[in-house]
Design a protein around this ligand. Structure first.
Ligand code: TYD
Length: 203
């Protein structure tokens, strides 16, 4: 019924906010499914291991793996849940590919947009929260170190800049949330915007 995605750099607090929002929406009587990319499916779990550990792949090969993960995730998890009337909360979706693979890795807009369209089957989020905070702070907060966290600071700064550009280009869908604020304040803002979206859709 509704796809809500969470985006942001390393250590931006997406998973905490998703957990709290899931509880809140369940309390309102909504059926919610929380999921994540990469890794929301069996195939995705295998791809995630390849993507986040070990040798750094060629950027195009990496993009194709994220696209494969997304195609499987949309087909096997997101679409079926939406068809059952669920609210789907996804930790990352196609904006991450724009931010990391275009902003971070420097792949072309044309290539990434084509693959995003293909892998998502054109399924666009109804609402996206961009949890924004300075790169240095996020990296300090990040709990597990993956290949991406080991990238240089400028990589993460390009990713952040691209996320903010996506938000500026699509302000109706993408809401920028200051993630340096306390967890409860961030959550209150998210809940307020979700409520507006859900009730706005109903009426
Ligand atoms: P994850 O451990 O899920 O990071 P986080 O907890 O920060 O969300 O690892 C996901 C990593 O993969 C993260 O560094 C961003 C990267 N990524 C891409 O580069 N492109 C993508 O399309 C997606 C979905 C993730």
């Amino acid at each position: 019924m509704m796809l809500i995605t969470f985006e942001g750099g390393e250590g931006s607090g997406k998973s905490t906010q998703i957990r709290l929002l899931e509880k809140y929406l369940a309390g309102l009587g909504k059926k919610v499914l929380s999921t994540a990319e990469p890794g929301g499916t069996e195939l995705g779990y295998q791809l995630r291991k390849i993507l986040l550990t070990g040798e750094k792949p060629d950027p195009l090969a990496e993009l194709l793996l994220f696209a494969a993960d997304r195609a499987e995730h949309v087909a096997k998890v997101i679409k079926p849940a939406l068809e059952k009337g669920r609210i789907v909360l996804s930790d990352r979706y196609f904006d991450s590919t724009v931010a990391y693979q275009i902003g971070g890795r420097g792949l072309s807009v044309k290539t990434v947009e084509f693959l995003n369209q293909l892998a998502s089957g054109g399924l666009k989020p109804d609402l996206t929260f961009l949890l924004d905070l300075p790169v240095e702070e996020g990296l300090k907060r990040a709990l597990v170190e993956t290949k991406f966290e080991r990238e240089e600071l400028s990589f993460h700064q390009r990713v952040r800049k691209m996320f903010l550009k996506i938000a500026a280009q699509d302000p109706k869908r993408v809401k920028v949330i200051d993630s340096t604020a306390p967890v409860t304040e961030v959550q209150e803002e998210i809940q307020k915007l979700c409520k507006a979206k859900i009730f706005g859709k109903r009426s």
